[in-house]
Design a protein. Structure first.
Length: 116
């Protein structure tokens, strides 16, 4: 299974972006999924996660109320709707799948830049 994230770009503060991540290859299993991000010079941090069914979501405090994670299992996709973006949201965003208890399947990142 491979994950591919896309949808990043340059946006002004207060704007919105929607990230998408799709799975290809052997997709007969459904995993919990998450978004992480890594800002320049910082460690990778958790942003949001979603359960297999999509019924349970979790968010980092820094994005609660602004970001929404969702998934479409029929399309093998997970999304991150980002609203009210701030310059501190600037980072490379990664999607990841939780296989067997840890996030060990990663997609390539998509860069988000928020200008002030």
């Amino acid at each position: 299974v491979q994950l591919q994230a896309f949808g990043g770009g340059l946006v002004q503060a207060g704007g919105s972006l929607r990230l998408s991540c799709t799975a290809s290859g052997r997709t007969d299993s459904t995993y919990p999924l998450a978004w992480f991000r890594q800002a320049p010079g910082k460690e990778r941090e958790f942003v949001a996660s979603i359960s297999r069914s999509g019924s349970i979501t979790n968010y980092a405090d820094s994005v609660k109320g602004r970001f929404t994670i969702s998934r479409d299992n029929a399309k093998n996709a997970v999304y991150l709707q980002m609203n009210s973006l701030k310059p501190e949201d600037t980072a490379v965003y990664y999607c990841a799948a939780n296989r067997f208890g840890s996030y060990n399947l990663w997609g390539q990142g998509t860069k988000v830049t928020v200008s002030s």
